[in-house]
Design a protein around this ligand. Structure first.
Ligand code: NDP
Ligand code: 8X3
Length: 250
């Protein structure tokens, strides 16, 4: 029987590449994001391979999150795999000059949004005593870099919440894990630098950065292990990257 996967942040980057890969493996796919035009376009593309359902919501809106997930058509309502991927960095400023709006966005999206989505998905997993939840953390979950303050804080929270979920969901036989990538060339830096494309592209200049497809491939590997195998925590960086601040550039 086909498994159902719900992917947040599927309109771009890692989430989109994951949806594209899982479509080719014929999973039933629920793609989520705020940008409806992108969801429509992706749904059309993936429908050539599998059944796809789109949910447009802002993960910050707890009512919208629960209403969307609770009103899934029967065919998609039994979610086997949740990929908590939606998230971004907003700004890269020292704590003393950081923007409150940026802090709110990161905490509300990366932490609270992940919780709202998980809260809506978990009850059916506990009821059937199976499921798989993978959260996308970051190397920023494992270390802190200059001006990364709040973003790193949110990703440390993702790491802690994922560990907590694994403990709490252990009696239900649910697999829980996190994947922590280093620098991946997506729209991430464009969002962080508020549309400054030159500044964003400089982040990935002079070395072979991870691509969204590399992370999708790892997510598929993690999901496709035999059910008794749970990859709890995985850190992945480009070969050129040794830490958040040490990158070998040409
Ligand atoms: P992108 O900017 O390419 O994608 C971010 C995705 O998150 C988009 O699909 C966006 O959809 C969605 N999203 C953002 N805010 C919201 C919101 N309020 N409500 C719903 N969806 C939202 O970045 P990446 O693909 O790189 O990032 C994906 C995840 O990977 C993030 O959690 C990020 O922190 C993490 N990560 C990224 C790394 C990198 O270097 N790129 C490295 C390590 C981790 P939409 O705007 O349509 O809502
Ligand atoms: C994204 C990677 O290094 O910008 O999580 O924090 S980094």
């Amino acid at each position: 029987m086909k498994k159902t996967i719900l992917i947040t942040g599927a309109t771009s980057g890692i989430g989109k590449a994951t949806a594209q890969l899982f479509a080719k493996y014929h999973y039933k796919i629920i793609i989520c994001g705020r940008r409806k035009d992108r969801l429509i376009e992706l749904e059309k593309e993936l429908s050539e391979y599998t059944e796809v359902h789109s949910l447009a919501f802002d993960v910050r809106d707890k009512e919208a999150v629960s209403e969307s997930i609770n009103s899934l058509p029967d065919y998609f309502s039994d979610i086997d795999i949740l990929i908590n991927n939606a998230g971004n960095a907003h700004g890269l400023d020292p704590i003393q000059t950081g923007d409150l709006e940026d802090w709110d966005a990161m905490i509300d999206i990366n932490v609270k949004g992940l919780l709202y989505v998980s809260k809506a998905v978990i009850p059916k997993m506990t009821a059937k005593k199976s499921g798989h939840i993978i959260s996308i953390g970051s190397t920023a979950a494992k270390e802190v870099y200059p001006n990364g303050n709040v973003y790193c804080g949110t990703k440390h929270a993702v790491d802690a919440i994922s560990q907590g979920m694994r403990i709490d969901l252990n009696p239900f036989g649910i697999r829980v894990g996190a994947i922590h990538p280093g620098m991946v060339e997506t729209e991430f830096s464009e969002v962080r630098f508020k549309g400054d494309a030159d500044r964003a592209s400089n982040v990935y200049k002079g070395f072979h950065a991870l691509q969204a497809e590399d992370i999708a491939d790892i997510i598929h590997f993690v999901v496709s292990r035999p059910y008794h195998v749970n990859i709890a925590d995985l850190v992945v960086m480009s070969t050129a990257q040794a830490s958040s601040t040490i990158v070998k550039r040409d």
